[in-house]
Design a protein around this ligand. Structure first.
Ligand code: NDP
Length: 334
């Protein structure tokens, strides 16, 4: 039937400003990397997107290459936008990116102006949109001058194809340099999207600080370590419909080694004491108060409505005591 969004959608999930900008993001955001390709049930995708928006998750994150095949997630989101979300377009924050491999040849990968701007036009066509809310450089490209990549982001914004610009997976020094270039161009960078989880702390080595100093919000991707920090694998079995079971290229077998499972089980025990599932604690942890370095939003994936609902409940959880943080580090950090 016709979709009508829940009236209390802004009362259920907190949101906050992305850095110094006027762009607001819900504390939990939904990414369409893995579960929105041509190989996944369309009705299930639609149920997840509708439920997300009803619960205040108004940010959907995409990239040109999300699928499989590359482009399929944007096409599927385009269908959902046309069928369900057309009246809500101005409430949604829809983001896309270019940088990883989209096709053959030198201009379907990297950070050239040629790749970024042509790819953005294709993304808009697949989604049936005239603009995205944020356009990202998906990864640093050492073979393209940073000025060229940032110039392409700036042009995407001034030409009206994107409202804000962002970068993903840039290290601290490149982030500061990119921010300087963009400020001079007149299009400040609004967001940084790095990976971050209890098991993956690289952003604590200066990146969170750089983003805070530059007035950028932080969108933390894969806070559940692609499912490792959830109840999914704790029993030692690999469910056939899981990301590990399906054997996605992004999944490496050592992600479920005995050592990793032992850590996950110990963290799960701490989560139980807090009255949370492991997935919920992983999200609460990424979003914990770190002063000016606090993460803006945790960007999760979900293959079912139930996962999404379980994860959203993490937003109501208590903060962490110093003792809990110390015990988590004992298991999560090498
Ligand atoms: P997560 O770490 O949140 O992993 C999501 C997966 O965890 C789900 O697909 C599901 O696995 C499992 N899961 C989630 N909730 C539960 C639960 N409650 N119980 C059991 N299992 C659960 O994030 P992703 O790795 O999916 O990344 C999230 C988003 O981040 C992407 O969609 C994308 O938008 C962005 N991203 C950006 C990158 C970049 O380079 N900028 C790179 C990677 C991601 P299953 O499918 O097996 O059920």
């Amino acid at each position: 039937g016709t979709y009508v969004a829940s009236e209390d959608r802004y009362e259920t999930t907190e949101y906050r400003r992305s850095g110094d900008s006027g762009l607001h993001l819900p504390r939990l955001s939904l990414g369409l990397w893995q579960n929105f390709g041509a190989d996944r049930d369309q009705e299930n995708q639609r149920r997840i997107l509708r439920r997300a928006f009803d619960l205040g998750v108004f940010h959907f994150d995409l990239a040109n290459n999300y699928g499989p095949p590359p482009g399929a997630a944007e096409e599927n989101l385009g269908r959902a936008l046309a069928e369900d979300f057309a009246p809500y377009r101005d409430e949604l924050v829809i983001t896309t990116k270019a940088g990883w491999v989209m096709g053959p040849g030198p201009h379907q990968r990297g950070g050239s102006r040629k790749y970024l701007l042509s790819s953005l036009d294709r993304s808009l066509a697949r989604m049936g949109l005239d603009h995205v809310d944020v356009f990202y450089s998906h990864r640093p490209d050492p073979d393209t001058p940073l000025e060229e990549t940032m110039g392409a982001l700036h042009h995407a914004v001034v030409s009206g194809r994107a409202l804000y610009a962002g970068i993903s997976s840039y290290g601290p020094a490149a982030t500061r340099e990119a921010a300087r270039i963009m400020r001079e161009l007149g299009t400040p960078l609004t967001v940084h999207q790095p990976s971050y989880s209890m098991l993956n702390r690289w952003v604590e080595g200066g990146l969170l600080e750089a983003a805070a100093d530059e007035g950028m919000g932080v969108v933390a991707f894969s806070p559940l370590a692609q499912g490792v920090l959830t109840p999914r694998y704790l029993g030692g079995e690999v469910p056939p419909d899981s990301r590990a079971g399906v054997g996605r290229p992004s999944w490496r077998d050592n992600m479920l080694s005995e050592e990793v499972l032992e850590r996950a089980r110990a963290l799960d025990a701490i989560a139980s004491e807090r009255g949370q599932t492991l997935a919920q604690m992983a999200i609460s942890w990424v979003l914990r108060d770190q002063g000016p370095r606090t993460v803006t939003t945790a960007l999760i994936g979900a293959s079912s409505v139930e996962q999404l609902e379980q994860n959203l409940a993490a937003l109501d959880s208590p903060g962490f005591s110093d003792e809990e943080l110390r015990r988590i580090d004992e298991w999560a950090v090498d």
